[in-house]
Design a protein around this ligand. Structure first.
Ligand code: SAM
Length: 280
């Protein structure tokens, strides 16, 4: 059983509407840099490329793939990719992007991540991958981990790069100070209800569905959920950089498209990466 109870359906519906409305804004945004992607200059992050290693010939599932840019970047590196996302608009835009980029053989599936094993007909993958800004939309990390583990083939891996729960707990309006405002641990009800009409990229405001529902998950809760689901932990790394200006006083990092806390005040991790494997 990988689906949280029906009491969560209204949150999923709210988030789906919110993401449907964000998709065209993100596709047109400078932040996502579609022209750069089409020209082959908008890559996965350095951490992702180095830690994932060679994906040539591997079957890769990208959960919560948004409009497929990172999914298709893995395809460019040689993986056979499937993307899955809750938002129908995101899936449509992903298929369109694959066609525009001339990337053949990719597949995009509209489904809730909790329903992934059923939506994919029980198919399993060499690599299951999740990128930045995914887990915060999910209420129940244990049920998520069971869904993830069900999609990993024996001998395969799950790899995630994600915002650190420490970052999600910080007050993003507090200038120059690290102030813990939101829950670090998972909560039953959303720990964060946003009605911010400005999405995290440039572009117009959200009008139809500005409200979204988010939950935090402590790093230990996420690791334990994956272990309980039968995966083995290969590594977990905490990082000082994040690929967007999550707090207004962050400064550009050494790597292109990254932000860090100013030197001397970089006292907490901002992202983490983790790999877990399924015994063969
Ligand atoms: C911030 S985006 C992912 C970003 C991705 N790493 C990128 O930068 O393109 C979050 C995605 O999660 C999807 N999502 C949210 N809740 C979901 C759920 N329950 N099941 C599947 N996808 C979900 C949204 O539709 C959205 O496309």
């Amino acid at each position: 059983m990988t689906r949280p109870g029906p009491e969560y359906d209204r949150y999923f519906e709210g988030n789906r509407a919110n993401w449907d409305e964000r998709v065209p804004i993100h596709v047109a945004s400078q932040g996502y840099d579609l022209p750069g992607f089409l020209a082959g200059t908008k890559h996965l992050t350095r951490i992702e490329r180095e830690e994932m290693g060679d994906v040539r010939g591997k079957r890769l599932l990208h959960l919560q793939c948004h409009f497929g840019m990172d999914t298709l970047n893995w395809a460019r590196l040689g993986a056979t990719v499937t993307g899955l996302d809750l938002s129908g608009a995101a899936i449509e835009a992903a298929r369109d992007l694959a066609a525009r980029a001339g990337i053949k053989g990719s597949r995009f599936v509209e489904a809730n991540v909790y329903d992934a094993p059923q939506a994919l007909g029980g198919e399993t993958f060499d690599v299951v991958y999740t990128g930045i800004g995914a887990l915060n939309w999910l209420p129940d990390i244990r049920a998520w981990a069971r869904s993830v583990a069900a999609c990993v083939a024996p001998g395969g891996v799950f790899y995630i790069v994600e915002c650190h729960p420490m970052l999600w707990s910080l007050d993003d309006k507090s200038a120059g100070a690290l102030v813990v405002k939101y829950p670090y641990f998972e909560t039953v009800e959303p720990g964060f209800v946003a009605d911010d009409a400005q999405t995290y990229t440039d572009g117009p405001l959200l009008i139809e569905a500005p409200v979204s529902y988010e939950w935090n998950h402590g790093l230990g809760e996420t690791i334990d959920a994956l272990l309980q689901a039968g995966l083995h932990l290969d590594f977990v790394h905490e990082h000082r950089e994040v690929p967007w200006q999550a707090l207004p006083w962050m400064v550009p990092g050494d790597d292109p498209r990254t932000y860090v806390l100013p030197e001397g005040r970089d006292r907490v991790p901002l992202t983490y990466s983790l790999r877990a494997s399924k015994p063969a």
